[in-house]
Design a protein around this ligand. Structure first.
Ligand SMILES: [Zn+2]
Length: 348
């Protein structure tokens, strides 16, 4: 009853004997019907209909389908990841991915670069140019895909710097200062973690987090072998297990987010520029759409409060994944509902 007593009582606004104005009449109709009155800023003057600019403002103000989960897709290891099937080129892999992103009308999608691959195979530089030509941005993944946990901080910083000449000229005035840690390794000691954060802060970087992943990279090697052998049955099993793992990871990440925050955070998906990823991308994007996702850019996703320590490097480092946040709060991690296929033995 307290809620009812606290609710505004429109009738008490009327002085006994006074005729209610047309405005108040309309307001009363809304109150009686239990409807919410139109906010004054959007009202056309009668408290019933929004003004033309009010309609536009309400559309802007409405959260985009509040219940739909949001996902930013990111690709690592440009321009070359894992084995290629016989006869396929790095450009063909990249072109398939770019076509799928374009066909599905995804917003600009970050690709994270390792420059060493261009030193090894100079023709692969065309992948970075094609990525840019289709309107997708590049970010820094370190020159040599170095694991910070296994190297000195100074060595790692030099590796980050060495990559920059590949990014700045291609990105011009657009923001390439997003850093994705190779192996998602952010340092094995508190000193290293703090050290790399202050280095990235000084150099204007934000950290590209990861809050959804199904280990997509694991399918690329067996796929290349199975293509070489022409084993279509094995390829079909790779296709179904890949989509099943992606599907399961949606439920997994959303479950963690709901447990921790009672809502969907904006998710960031980790993908790789592999031949099988390219082959599967149209089906994968359909899967996310079927599961109700709306696609956003990485900077949009990272505006979610969850990523605050990734985007404000003045803050001290905290748990940077949903799993670590669960562990920090002494919550048990659910087990994955799917077994990983035995990749190592396939198509040998
Ligand atoms: Zn990588």
């Amino acid at each position: 009853m307290a809620a009812i007593a606290a609710a505004p009582r429109p009738c008490s606004r009327f002085m006994p004997g006074s005729a209610p104005s047309p405005r108040l009449n309309a307001w009363m109709v809304f109150a009686v019907l239990g409807m919410v009155a139109i906010p004054a800023a959007f009202d056309s003057g009668d408290y019933l209909r929004p003004s033309p600019s009010g309609y536009a403002a309400m559309a802007e103000a409405a959260p985009p389908a509040a219940t739909a989960p949001h996902l930013a897709i990111t690709f690592d290891d440009l321009p070359a990841h894992s084995l290629l099937p016989p006869g396929e080129t790095r450009m063909e892999v990249a072109s398939k991915i770019l076509r799928a992103l374009d066909d599905a009308r995804l917003p600009p999608t970050y690709g994270f670069v390792n420059g060493v691959r261009i030193e090894e195979q100079p023709a692969a530089a065309a992948v970075l140019d094609a990525w840019r030509a289709s309107g997708n941005p590049l970010g820094n993944h370190g020159w040599s895909h170095m694991n910070l946990d296994q190297h000195a901080l100074e060595e790692f910083e030099a590796d980050v710097n060495r990559n920059e000449p590949l990014l700045g000229p291609r990105m011009k005035d657009q923001d390439w200062h997003w850093f994705r840690f190779p192996f998602l390794a952010e340092g094995d000691t508190p000193e290293k973690r703090a050290g790399i954060r202050s280095f990235l802060l000084e150099h204007g970087y934000k950290i590209a987090g990861v809050t959804m992943s199904f280990g997509d990279y694991q399918w690329n090697e067996p796929y290349a072998r199975c293509r070489a052998k022409g084993d279509n049955q094995a390829i079909a099993s790779l296709e179904s297990s890949y989509l099943a793992a992606a599907d399961e990871s949606i439920s997994y990440s959303r479950g963690l987010s709901q447990t921790l925050y009672g809502r969907d955070i904006m998710y960031v998906l980790l993908m790789h520029i592999g031949a099988f990823d390219a082959e599967m991308l149209p089906r994968l994007l359909s899967l996310y759409r079927r599961r109700g996702f709306q696609f956003v850019t990485l900077p949009e996703a990272e505006r979610d409060e969850f990523y605050r320590e990734d985007t404000d490097l003045h803050l001290s480092p905290g748990a940077d994944s949903l799993e670590l946040t669960m562990t920090e709060r002494h919550l048990p991690l659910p087990s994955h509902a799917l077994a990983i296929p035995s990749f190592d033995t396939m198509c040998r």
